[in-house]
Design a protein around this ligand. Structure first.
Ligand code: ATP
Length: 139
């Protein structure tokens, strides 16, 4: 009998490879919604949201990786994710993310008061990154 097909998953950032595995299911959030990738899925290219990537390891378990946006590309049963930053759940420093959240909230308040639209947008993205890390590490 032929072995069941699997997907090879690679998550890379400018600092190098963060995660590599093979699996039969990956679930990630694109900017237009959630997508589940199984072996032999059609070739796909999509922008990723600041969210989690879930990689099934056993029937009921998933590895979770926080990604701060980026792109996913799937073809020939290889899923490549290129993200500006990514952390495996167990590598997330929750206290650091909490401090980043507080800093971002403060920046948002200041940007609102000074009507600084660019700074407001940057601070909101920082806040989303921090909340994403906190929510993944707290699971
Ligand atoms: P901070 O203000 O705490 O640096 P940030 O959102 O500005 O947070 P990034 O620019 O997204 O940080 O990431 C810089 C580097 O630090 C990346 O390698 C990223 O993986 C890592 N990193 C950021 N926050 C955390 C965290 N809470 N736990 C573990 N690694 C983190």
């Amino acid at each position: 009998m032929d072995a069941k097909p699997t997907i090879v998953v690679n998550i890379v950032t400018p600092d190098g490879s963060v995660y590599e595995n093979s699996t039969s299911l990956v679930v990630c959030k694109t900017t237009v919604g959630e997508i589940g990738i199984m072996p032999n899925h059609i070739p796909t290219l999509a922008a990723l949201a600041i969210d989690r990537v879930r990689v099934q390891t056993t029937e009921e378990k998933f590895d979770e990786i926080a990604v701060s946006g980026g792109f996913m590309e799937f073809s020939d049963n290889t899923l490549s994710i290129v993200a500006s930053s990514a952390e495996k759940r167990e590598d997330i420093d929750t206290n650091r993310a909490q401090r980043a959240k507080e800093r971002a909230e403060k920046r948002i308040e200041e940007a609102k008061q000074t009507h600084n639209v660019d700074e407001l947008r940057r601070a909101e993205v920082s806040l989303r990154r921090a909340i994403n890390r906190i929510s993944i590490s707290n699971k």
